[in-house]
Design a protein around this ligand. Structure first.
Ligand code: CTP
Ligand SMILES: C[C@](O)(CO)[C@H](O)COP(=O)(O)O
Length: 230
């Protein structure tokens, strides 16, 4: 029998239980059609195209029935919480229920980042699979960075060491559960929880196209990019 500690598997966990309040859509933004399909189905298709991913868990809100009408190649867990961190934490417990072990890796990825590609997912795995901690896709700042006070510039900050955190973010399941338990519900990404435990997650260069669809104007850009790929 293979030892999970020697041969860790890769799982994916997609938090999909938000309401998308900033997107102003009639349905939660992850179900808004983009380039012919609800946004989250593009996200799932990218992960389904990575054979190294052993299993995919999508965390939706308790009353969410969207996937009952779909034949998605993944497990749907109706255990979404009131914050993203709570949804991720509940999803990790579900992964344990499904047989994952603490030494296995999990790649946590926002449903709302529907432009992620199999190449980006593979790049993160390649960069982190032999790392002690794990890491995340992220983007170096391209613009000059300002600090604000009362609507006016208070200072121009040094941007040379600043990165924008993206997803997927990849950590050992056991370590991430412990980190999220300590960090609480308000932490905004998995790396933040790991940092609070004293770890230094690896920054793996991502792609500007892997942006999080957040505001109404983001849908048109996502649509153009997705259509340009087919
Ligand atoms: N309680 C929550 C909140 C967010 N998410 C998920 O976390 C991802 C990133 O969150 P964000 O883009 O902030 O989504 P929302 O919280 O839905 O958006 P908003 O803050 O505009 O309401 C999304 O895929 C979202 O569905 C989740 O699973 N559970
Ligand atoms: C995890 C994340 O995508 C990293 O950029 C982001 O923090 C999630 O969005 P939120 O607005 O912070 O919930």
């Amino acid at each position: 029998m293979t030892d999970p500690a020697q041969n860790p598997r890769f799982f994916a966990l997609i938090p999909c239980a938000g309401t998308g309040s900033r997107a102003n859509t009639a349905v939660p933004k992850q179900y808004q059609p983009v380039a012919g399909f609800p946004m989250v189905l593009h996200t799932l298709a990218a992960f389904a195209a990575v054979p190294r991913i052993a299993d995919l868990v999508v965390v939706v809100a308790p009353e969410d029935h969207f996937f009952e009408q779909q034949s998605a190649p993944c497990l749907i867990a109706n255990c979404g919480g009131s914050t993203r961190a709570a949804s991720v934490f509940n999803g990790l417990l579900e992964l344990f229920e499904q047989g994952a072990t603490p030494a296995d890796w999990v790649l946590v990825h926002d449903a709302a980042r529907c432009l992620v590609t199999p190449a980006q997912i593979n790049a993160l795995i390649d960069a982190c699979e032999h790392d002690e901690v794990g890491g995340l896709l992220a983007l170096k700042l391209a613009d000059t960075l300002k600090c604000e006070s009362d609507g006016r510039v208070a200072a121009t900050l040094d941007r040379s060491d600043k990165w924008l955190a993206q997803t997927p973010q990849m950590f050992r399941i056991g370590a991430l559960i412990e980190a999220l338990q300590q960090a609480g519900d308000q932490v905004t990404d998995e790396a933040g929880a790991m940092e609070a435990m004293g770890h230094r997650p690896k920054l793996v260069p991502g792609d500007a196209q892997n942006f999080k669809v957040t505001y109404p104007q983001d849908f048109a850009l996502a649509e153009i990019i997705l259509r340009s790929r087919t």
